[in-house]
Design a protein around this ligand. Structure first.
Ligand code: F6P
Length: 324
């Protein structure tokens, strides 16, 4: 390997900059050239490149977002777009690619790698933590801390006014953010797509906790949850059934994607960034670098793309017990 390109694609996540930094620094350490690609796969098609050396990535470990910017590229989905991207890489003598992103990013990488026989390594970067084969994705820990901080603040006002708050959190089809932030912030109820208990169960449970003496409540709703899909309708249903409460809705939205990465995410991003370059040197291709039980693992794209992570049943039980 003489020269690699690195890009970030899909939704940005805190810690992506730290991952880019680690890729660039390990490349420099191993005397491999490194090029940054702006705007994900779109920049690959349009040859929006920048030469990067160890000094180009100073003072970014602490910054949220991605300085290389991110995009969801339509052009790269076409054969012509991919052809252009490949030619751009060849013209710059780039012989390998590292992509930082989620499932969609890996899908593009896998197609490209197979079609043009170019080694590609993926680094999982998404706040959703929904990538099969790795225990954690870059950005997830920071997002959890942001959510917990926000819920703590909402709790202050909820309890001052005897209100029930429905708080919608991100996560796409996964309930990891909802379940973990819900436990961390002491939510009364947590609605996640992986376990649909139905509205009756929710109403019964809220009534029970009201009877037990609770005067305010926090319900964390994953954006992908079946009954949470229409959060305003859910709010009306709860209001009709629990007139003692004043029901309010807060959608946390993109605040969850921003901010300075937590120490955990910086360390994870540094480890995965270094591992991605190591993997290329070892001759790997078409794999994601991840961590399982603290150890670095290589997972074939085919084994992670489209896969679903197992739900943490034990944590659901804990949530049920500690919210009574
Ligand atoms: O995948 C990260 C994520 O923030 C999801 O949690 C959310 O569903 C989606 O991206 C939002 O996408 P956009 O920023 O394009 O609105």
């Amino acid at each position: 390997i003489n020269k690699i390109a690195v890009l970030t694609s899909g939704g940005d996540a805190p810690g992506m900059n730290a991952a880019i930094r680690a890729v660039v620094r390990n490349a420099a350490y191993q005397n491999i050239g490194c090029v940054g690609v702006y705007r994900g796969y779109q920049g690959l098609v349009e040859k929006d490149f920048i030469e990067l050396d160890a000094r180009s990535v100073k003072n970014i470990i602490n910054r949220g977002g991605t300085f290389l910017k991110s995009a969801r590229s339509k052009d790269f989905r076409t054969k012509e777009g991919q052809e252009k991207a490949y030619q751009n890489l060849k013209n710059e003598n780039i012989d390998a690619l590292i992509v930082i992103g989620g499932d969609g990013t890996f899908t593009g990488a896998s197609v490209f790698s197979k079609a043009f026989d170019i080694p590609v390594i993926g680094i999982p970067g998404t706040i959703d933590n929904d990538i099969k084969g790795t225990d954690f994705t870059i950005g997830y820990d920071t997002a959890l801390n942001t959510v917990v901080e926000a819920i703590d603040k909402i709790r202050d006002t909820a309890s001052s006014h005897d209100r029930l708050f429905l708080i919608e959190v991100m996560g796409r089809d996964a309930g990891d953010i909802a379940l973990n932030s819900g436990v961390g912030a002491g939510a009364e109820e947590i609605l996640i797509p992986e376990e649909d208990r139905g509205i009756e169960h929710l109403l019964e449970s809220l009534k029970k906790s009201r009877k037990s003496g609770k005067t305010s409540s926090i319900v964390v709703v994953a954006e992908g949850d079946q009954i949470g899909q229409n959060i305003n309708k859910l709010s009306e249903d709860i209001q009709d059934n629990l007139p003692e409460y004043e029901v309010k809705v807060t959608v946390l939205g993109h605040i969850q994607r921003g901010g300075s990465p937590s120490c955990y995410d910086r360390v994870l991003a540094s480890r995965l960034g270094v591992s991605a370059v190591d993997a290329l040197i070892e001759g790997e291709s078409n794999v994601m670098v991840g961590t399982r039980q603290k150890k670095i693992v290589y997972v074939d794209f085919d084994k992670t793309i489209g896969g679903k992570k197992k739900l943490d049943k034990e944590l659901i039980r804990v949530a049920d017990i500690v919210s009574t």
